[in-house]
Design a protein around this ligand. Structure first.
Ligand code: SF4
Length: 463
C-alpha cells in the first residue's frame, strides 16, 4: 500500500516551524515536506523538530516495500530494491535493475583479463545517458576452493562490485577471505548450507541471496531464519527456468513482489534476482542463445527483477536490455528534458542555417544524432516542459510568442546574417504566426529529422 503525504503529515510536528526563522526542512510547511517525503525527494533527517518516537514511527512508515540492498563499497557500489509499488504509473520505480555479467574461475589468465575488460568497458549512449553494466558475478565453475579464491583476488582490481557464486561454504569462505572487505553479494544460501553461509554473511557483513527454486514456502522459512539471526540484507532467487519457457519463474517473481507490496510480508520484502545466463545450459548457438537470453532478461525485468546475471557480452544482445531498462526506470512523473537555448553543430558562421526543435530529451537527442557530423547548423531548443513537437503544439507550449522570445533571448540574431528559421514539419500549423511574431521567414522542415541534412543541402543549392 502506497504511503500518502497525509499519512506522513499526521506524524510530522504540524507546526510549520512558525516560531523558527526558517524551517530546517527548507519547505514552506509540514505538508509541503510530507509531499516531498512521499515522493522520495527529501530526507526525513531534515526535519529537526521530530521527537525520537515520531522519528521511529516515520522511519518505519517510510521504509520501502522492497528493502534497498547495497552491494560493494566506495566507488564499487550498486544499490538494488527500494520499490514501493507494483505498477510504475502508481509512483515510479527506483534503482534500475543491475545487469551483472558472469565470469568463470577456470578461465586462463588472458581469457579472464579480457572478459573483465569487456565487462568494464561495455557502454552505449542513448538519450544523453551512458548505459553500462553494473557488476561481475564470479562462478565457482572449477569446483575448487583455491581456484575460486584466486579468481576472487584477481577481481580486487576490477572496477565493478562482485557477486560470489558458489553453494559450497568452503569455497565461499576462501573467496571471502580475499574479497570479504568489499562487501560482495553471497550467492547463494540454500536449505542445505544455511548454517555455514549465514555464519559467513554475519562474519563478513555481506548481503546474501536465498536460492529456493520454485518453492516460496521454503524461501519464506530460510528468509525468516536469516532475519532471526540478524541478517537483513537479503536477495531472493526463486529460480530462472529457461528450458521450457519461463512461466514458472514469472509466476514466482510476481508472487514475491505482491507479497512484499500488497501483504507487506516481511519475509519477502527483498529484491529479486534472475539468471538469464542459464540459457546457455540449453543453447549452444551464439545467435540463438543471445536472442533467447536477452528475451528472458527483458521478460524478467518487466516483472520486477532487481538484478539479472547475464553471460552474453555481444553488444547487440545487451543494447535491447539496456534500452528497456532505461525506459522502465525513467520517472513517469518527470518529463525528460534538456536545457533550452542555443546549440551549435559543426563549424558555424554567419551564413549557417538555424533550426528549431523542442527540449523533449528524446526529440533533442534524435535531432542531434541526425545532424551531428552531417551538417553545420545552429539549433534553437525551445522550453516546452519536456514535451515533443506535436504534444507541445497541442498543449500550447510551442507557440509563436515563445519562439520569438527564444530568438531574442539566445542572441542568435547577432550570430547570423540570415533571418530564416527552419521549424520541424510537425510545427507547420504555427509557421505563419511565428513569422508575424518574430519577423523571421519560417521554412517548414521535414517531419523526420533524419531528412534535415538533405533539406539543408537543397536550400544551399537553391541559394
Ligand atoms: S522542519 Fe519539520 S516542523 Fe518544521 S516545517 Fe519542516 S517538517 Fe514542519
Amino acid at each position: 500500500m502506497q504511503v500518502t503525504a497525509m499519512d506522513i503529515y499526521r506524524l510530522l510536528p504540524q507546526t510549520n516551524c512558525e516560531d523558527c526563522e526558517e524551517a530546517a526542512c527548507g519547505e514552506a510547511s509540514c505538508m509541503a515536506f510530507a509531499t516531498k517525503l512521499s515522493e522520495k525527494e527529501a530526507q526525513l533527517e531534515l526535519c529537526t523538530e521530530l521527537s525520537p518516537e515520531g522519528l521511529n514511527k516515520l522511519e518505519s512508515l517510510l521504509a520501502p516495500a522492497v528493502r534497498e540492498i547495497t552491494i560493494g563499497t566506495g566507488d564499487k557500489t550498486i544499490t538494488i530494491g527500494g520499490d514501493e509499488v507494483l505498477y510504475r504509473y502508481e509512483l515510479t520505480y527506483y534503482n534500475p535493475t543491475s545487469l551483472v555479467i558472469d565470469i568463470a574461475d577456470n578461465l586462463d589468465d588472458d581469457e579472464f583479463t579480457e572478459r573483465v575488460k569487456t565487462i568494464e568497458e561495455t557502454e552505449f549512449e542513448r538519450i544523453g545517458e551512458m548505459l553500462t553494466l553494473d557488476a561481475v558475478a564470479l562462478r565457482n565453475a572449477s569446483g575448487n576452493s583455491d581456484k575460486f579464491a584466486e579468481a576472487a583476488s584477481k577481481l580486487k582490481k576490477a572496477k565493478l562490485p562482485l557477486v560470489l557464486c558458489s553453494f559450497d561454504p568452503e569455497a565461499m569462505k576462501a573467496a571471502l577471505e580475499k574479497v570479504g572487505d568489499e562487501r560482495p553479494l553471497i550467492y547463494g544460501v540454500t536449505e542445505g548450507n544455511l548454517e555455514e553461509m549465514s555464519a559467513l554473511a554475519l562474519e563478513y557483513s555481506c548481503p546474501v541471496t536465498i536460492f529456493s527454486p520454485n518453492d516460496l514456502e521454503k524461501m519464506k522459512q530460510i528468509s525468516r531464519t536469516l532475519r532471526e539471526r540478524g541478517i537483513e540484507d537479503i536477495v531472493l532467487d526463486p529460480g530462472t527456468y529457461v528450458e521450457d519457457g519461463i512461466g514458472d519463474s514469472l509466476d514466482n517473481f510476481v508472487m514475491i513482489r505482491r507479497l512484499a507490496v500488497e501483504e507487506q510480508d516481511e519475509d519477502f520484502r527483498f529484491p529479486i534476482l534472475g539468471i538469464p545466463a542459464l540459457t546457455w545450459l540449453y543453447e549452444k548457438d551464439e545467435i540463438q542463445g543471445g536472442i533467447r537470453e536477452a528475451t528472458i532478461a527483458a521478460t524478467l525485468m518487466n516483472k520486477y527483477a532487481d538484478m539479472l546475471i547475464f553471460h552474453g557480452t555481444n553488444i547487440w544482445e545487451l543494447i535491447p536490455v539496456l534500452t528497456l531498462r532505461q525506459g522502465i526506470y525513467t520517472d513517469p512523473r518527470k518529463p525528460q528534458a534538456v536545457d533550452a537555448g542555443l546549440y551549435e553543430f559543426g563549424e558555424v558562421d554567419k551564413d549557417s542555417p538555424v533550426l528549431m526543435t523542442t527540449n523533449f530529451a528524446l526529440t533533442f537527442y534524435t535531432v542531434e544524432g541526425d545532424i551531428k557530423g552531417k551538417t553545420n547548423a545552429y539549433l534553437l531548443v525551445l522550453d516546452t516542459e519536456g514535451r515533443a513537437v506535436d504534444v507541445s503544439l497541442a498543449g500550447g507550449q510551442l507557440n509563436a510568442e515563445a519562439v520569438a522570445d527564444l530568438i531574442k533571448e539566445t542572441g542568435i540574431e547577432e550570430k547570423v546574417d540570415t533571418r530564416k528559421l527552419i521549424i520541424p514539419g510537425l510545427a507547420a500549423p504555427v509557421s505563419g504566426e511565428i513569422e508575424d511574431e518574430s519577423g523571421w521567414e519560417v521554412l517548414v522542415g521535414p517531419r523526420d529529422s533524419s531528412a534535415v541534412p538533405g533539406f539543408i543541402d537543397e536550400l544551399k543549392e537553391k541559394a
